[in-house]
Design a protein around this ligand. Structure first.
Ligand SMILES: [Zn+2]
Length: 113
């Protein structure tokens, strides 16, 4: 992988992390514990509010996992290991990295072959 490509992926990963962290901050209210006070729930039933909170939490978990993966990819760039499959050591296809720079395996290993 050339330096230019590494720079490109570094930038993409940084903006991805910034985007995810911003989304995480902007949605923190949705994950606040459901208030016992019914008046604060408004027209939504408490059950609806709890379901929405559970969904917001699931989204948040996925987002945090993506942040972790993106940070790990940045570390691999620093270590000079970026772009290589962590399982078999082969090059990861550039198309695959372009689609998601945080992937850690080549398509063959991803398919479990
Ligand atoms: Zn592989």
């Amino acid at each position: 992988m050339t330096n230019a490509e590494q720079t490109k992926f570094t930038k993409r990963l940084h903006s991805l992390i910034a985007e995810l962290e911003l989304a995480e901050t902007n949605t923190s209210d949705n994950r606040a514990p459901v208030e016992l006070d019914q008046t604060s729930v408004g027209r939504l039933s408490r059950m609806d509010a709890m379901q929405q909170q559970a969904m917001a939490n699931a989204t948040s978990q996925r987002r945090k996992a993506n942040i972790t993966m993106a940070k790990a990819a940045l570390q691999r760039i620093t270590d000079g290991e970026f772009g290589y499959c962590i399982e078999c050591g082969d090059d990861i296809a550039e198309k695959r990295l372009n689609h998601n720079p945080a992937v850690t395996t080549c398509i063959t290993c991803a398919r479990g072959q």
